[in-house]
Design a protein around this ligand. Structure first.
Ligand code: NAD
Ligand code: MG
Length: 375
């Protein structure tokens, strides 16, 4: 974890994707060497202070470099370093951000920079929504999952002991900057977990993306910047299109949860943290593909193909057995999932043309899928 020297090459913007939300529209800038370049940070809201929010893992790698690049734009560049981990996505840790802001006399124009993975992004976004009733914030995602998913779309939250992401707000950033070079230090397990969310966008929206991932998986896993740039760009474009039509999840946005109903049951059933979220989603997509097959939407060959891809991405494809009455345990966990409503549990199902929809499924059919997919 030694601090990296700044990349020798000039900053390169490879793609810019726009999130179209009227007055709240913003760009996602994707490239390499962006973190270190003052030009990356030009044109943001002017303020007396910038506050970089990061954690104990990411700070030694990237915080000094980001702060140096922000220096030309803000009279004061401050930072607050939070403890790392989903366990700290909580109220006391959120309060450390407010302590830092108030302690340093930050006013209501202060710009917050979320430097880290999804945990830092969600917490910083929520802090920005609340501090003095709202200050601008910039997402600087440094995990693959954060670059393709959590930094885009404006959902911010912290956890409550009684439920994940239960306290939060819809609050959009003013810019997202994805520096692909930061993914170089990501542990492989975390990287693969992010790949699950990239793969997700194929079945729900774009069969061509699925073909492309199959053909380029080795390049992605080698963290080839050009391959990463394409994967991040297409993921953000698809998420942007969905969020642009349904910012506050009244319907369509739910298709982004392909594989997630099964995945959440795995995470909760094993105890959070045993499998990474993306690992559970990878396996959950296999289960959702089986379900789609049983509903007549995809062929057995499609299920096999998606399963092979998820396996090749280093992700689990056999679901864990959670109890003796295994299917009942899964069904119980899925019914308490906040996306479930009264009656039959609704699942995101897909067809081979990349069309997804939310479909209520009888318990007996879900139970068959669970038994077919468990180890
Ligand atoms: P994370 O933020 O916990 O990051 C994973 C680990 O990688 C952490 O230990 C982190 O410190 C470390 N890390 C980050 N960048 C690194 C780098 N470049 N090099 C080395 N280590 C690095 O986890 P995550 O998977 O990024 O995000 C998960 C969180 O995102 C969850 O809390 C989830 O609820 C949230 N999420 C939010 C949304 C949304 O729409 N807001 C969507 C999906 C997930
Ligand atoms: Mg997810």
């Amino acid at each position: 974890n030694a601090p990296l020297p700044a990349p020798a090459e000039a900053p390169t913007v490879l793609h810019t994707v726009t999130i179209d939300l009227g007055a709240r529209s913003y760009p996602i800038v994707i490239g390499t060497g962006l973190l270190d370049a003052p030009s990356t940070w030009a044109g943001l809201p002017r303020a007396a202070s910038a506050m970089v929010v990061t954690n104990t893992t990411v700070a030694p790698l990237y915080a000094a470099r980001l702060c140096a690049a922000l220096q030309p734009h803000y009279p004061r560049v401050l930072q607050v370093v939070l403890p790392d981990g989903e366990d700290h996505k909580d109220w006391p840790t959120l309060n450390l951000i407010f302590d830092a802001l108030l302690g340093q006399g930050c006013d209501r124009k202060t710009v917050l920079f979320a430097l880290g993975g999804g945990v830092i992004g969600d917490m910083t976004g929520f802090a920005a929504a609340c501090y003095m009733r709202g200050v601008p914030f910039v997402q600087v995602p440094t995990t693959l999952l954060a670059q393709v998913d959590s930094s885009v779309g404006g959902k911010t939250a912290i956890n409550h002991p009684l439920g994940k992401n239960m306290i939060g707000a819809f609050y959009q950033p003013v810019r997202v900057v994805c520096d692909l070079a930061t993914l170089g230090t990501l542990p492989e397990r975390e990287f693969n977990a992010g790949l699950a969310e990239v793969i997700k966008y194929g079945p729900i929206a774009d069969p061509g993306l699925l073909d492309w991932i199959e053909a380029n998986l080795a390049r992605l896993r080698a963290r080839d910047p050009a391959a990463l740039a394409h994967a991040v760009r297409r993921s953000c474009e698809i998420k942007a299109a969905v969020v642009g039509q349904d910012e506050r999840e009244s319907g369509l946005r739910a298709i982004l949860n392909f594989g997630h109903t099964f995945g959440h049951a795995i995470e909760a059933g094993l105890g959070y943290g045993r499998w990474l979220h993306g690992e559970a989603v990878g396996c959950g997509m296999v289960m959702a593909a089986h379900l789609s097959h049983r509903l007549g939407r995809v062929s057995a060959a499609y299920v096999q193909r998606l399963t092979r891809l998820i396996e090749a991405a280093g992700l689990p494809t056999r679901a864990p057995r959670l109890a003796d009455d295994n299917a009942a345990r899964y069904l119980g966990l899925m019914r308490v999932d906040k996306k479930a409503e009264a009656g039959a549990i609704r699942f995101v199902v897909v067809d081979e043309l990349g069309r997804a929809d939310l479909c209520p499924v009888p318990d007996a059919l879900v139970a068959e899928v669970i038994e077919a997919c468990c180890a």
